[in-house]
Design a protein around this ligand. Sequence first.
Ligand code: FAD
Length: 400
Amino acid sequence: MSDGLNIAIAGAGIGGLAAAAFLARQGHAVTVYDQFEAPGPVGSGLILQETGLCVLSELGLRPAAEMLGVDIHRLWGVAAGTGRTVLDVRYEALRPGLKGVAILRPVLFALVYEAALTAGATIVPGTRILNAGASQGMLTTGEGKVLGPFDLVVDALGVRSPLSNLPRHKLPYRALWATLPLPEDGAFRPDALEQRYEGARKMAGVMPSGRATPEGPQTVTYFWSIRAGDYTAWKALPLEDWKAQALALWPETESLLALVTSHDDLTFARYAHRTHWPAVQDRLVHIGDAWHSTSPQLGQGANMALLDAWALSRAVAQTGDMHDRLRSFVRMRALHVRLFQTMSWMFTPVYQSDSRVLPWLRDRAAAPLSRVWPAPKLLAAMVSGAVGSPLQKLGLKPAR
Ligand SMILES: Cc1cc2nc3c(=O)[nH]c(=O)nc-3n(C[C@H](O)[C@H](O)[C@H](O)COP(=O)(O)OP(=O)(O)OC[C@H]3O[C@@H](n4cnc5c(N)ncnc54)[C@H](O)[C@@H]3O)c2cc1C
């Protein structure tokens, strides 16, 4: 197959736009389709790990992400009843200088969106994708229009992609979130994601999430864990009743919760655990959440989508027919995907489930063990996305 390919990317999210930027830079004709009418997603803050930051570096976006984001050095979780620290992950346990960068999702989106446009990709809004013809490289829209044929079709439609199979494992818990101005009372560490737990049924989190503009105020994202089926009941509950529960769990969030004045200030995040195999069918390849979605407990999803985008561009740049290039993409990513899907599946119920045994073990056995060598190093490797050495495998260089 000659170069100068005609590539369709379904989904202008983090993974789709990063892939568009890399592939358009290689000289391919890239068209990105999304259902949004105008770009500019809403979304909670998220943590970029060294994995995602290295991919942003390749796009020349790391300095901007670091400038608008905020450095995270520690994940710190406390059992509310006992005050016992049950999660304490320090990035530096793996390597001096290692950190995460928490960033507002719209900021990250704007960075990759601009990069895709600058590289020459065409972004087509208002297009809902319903189906794909993998062997002919076609896409079908909600209006029944057929797009293509393309040399390559990338499914970057996220967790509810109609081109991937449905989630087989329903997660019992989801989250409510709100991004709010950082309170000035110093109640929260500026460089840590903090969490409070009561068993695994109640959990709240506060994560610094940077700012929207260089002059803008610093923000934090507040998370509240909620059973998947309880959202309607929660909305019917007077807001003050819920606040009383949230404050009982974590009294120091008072100044933050004072900024929440209606149920609509909190957004219900839907997520699912699902891995779509095979990742490649003929000319169709799945990346990001469309390939592997999970709970955000390990904070890897956007980073995995960025790694997929980079790996796909490296594979497409190889010689050989499209089938071989896409097989090479899967070889580059499959181990890392399998490892993190498994770890996320194992760890999520420890923090979000109805289990009584798991949080008991977490607080009394796992927490003390996690402080004993080599556990701090292993935990930092897991949180930073380093397990399975994805950077080495993809020829990416971590920052020194
Ligand atoms: C509360 C929460 C916190 C999170 N925190 C973190 C974190 O700290 N770190 C981290 O790395 N990850 C985090 N994640 C996960 C992360 O947000 C996702 O893994 C990441 O956004 C996946 O990127 P993607 O490009 O695959 O999909 P998305 O970013 O979801 O993009 C999919 C795109 O496809 C479009 N689309 C969907 N369906 C259609 C259709 N039928 N037709 C046309 N367009 C369509 C959508 O409009 C969207 O633009 C979090 C997720 C949640 C919910």
